[in-house]
Design a protein. Structure first.
Length: 96
């Protein structure tokens, strides 16, 4: 009988979150309900982006969102659509 070993993903470092401007803010500001209307989403995202604009860990947050990838919510001062556009235009890393 052969045993298949499954590699677990390395732990994700989220220590940067301790310095985030959004620490303590409601998750509802960054993640809307599934049935959210476009106008409501735009208004909510605009408020979240204002908070992100002055965040000292914005870059680390965005790097996390792109690496995971986070498909929903505002992360690192970007919306899901903005992150998707970034991922589509990012150069593909060559494998070793």
């Amino acid at each position: 009988m052969s045993v298949t070993r499954i590699r677990s993903a390395p732990p994700i470092d989220v220590s940067w979150q301790a310095g985030a401007a959004c620490l303590g803010a409601s998750i509802d500001l960054f993640m809307g309900p599934e049935d959210e209307r476009v106008r409501e989403r735009s208004r909510r995202e605009a408020l979240a982006l204002v908070l992100c604009a002055a965040c000292p860990v914005r870059r680390a947050c965005l790097e996390h969102a792109l690496a995971v990838p986070e498909l929903h919510g505002v992360w690192g001062g970007t919306t899901p659509g903005e992150r998707l556009a970034t991922a589509r235009t990012a150069p593909v890393e060559a494998s070793a």
